[in-house]
Design a binder for this molecule. Structure first.
Ligand code: ZN
Ligand code: ZN
Ligand code: ZN
Length: 126
């Protein structure tokens, strides 16, 4: 059952907001609204927030558990869907390069000594 996340009105006119509460969180406009990771915002307020995030975010990331946009810090929720190469950030729309690091692991098994190609200590020249 859908309800307005602010006033809990049932079956709201919009996804999870009634008509009264459907507005941009920053400038209160009802135009060009969209649900972004930071909430319900109009496109220009979303762009402003992304710009601020890009200024603050340090940049390149290494060996993270998920793909993180090196521009805005947006974390991809489904990183396993992607392979190495160019990727466009879903949030700031910048293109960046991703390298998928494959984890290295080791397996061991016993070698049958009688059939081993290695000689014994007695064969060594000293
Ligand atoms: Zn409401
Ligand atoms: Zn706005
Ligand atoms: Zn981004």
């Amino acid at each position: 059952m859908f309800k307005c996340e602010i006033c809990a009105k049932k079956d709201p006119e919009h996804l999870d907001r009634c008509e009264k509460h459907y507005f941009c969180a920053d400038c209160k406009t009802k135009e060009n609204l969209c649900y972004y990771i930071e909430g319900l915002l109009c496109y220009s307020c979303h762009k402003n927030r992304v710009e601020k995030r890009i200024e603050k975010f340090g940049g390149e990331t290494q060996f993270t558990g998920e793909i993180i946009c090196p521009y805005c810090g947006y974390e991809f929720a489904d990183s396993w869907d992607y392979s190495s190469g160019k990727l466009e950030c879903e949030d700031c729309e910048n293109e960046f390069e991703v390298a998928v690091n494959t984890e290295i692991s080791y397996s061991t098994s016993k070698i049958d000594k009688k059939r081993s190609d290695f000689g014994t200590m007695d064969d060594l020249p000293f």
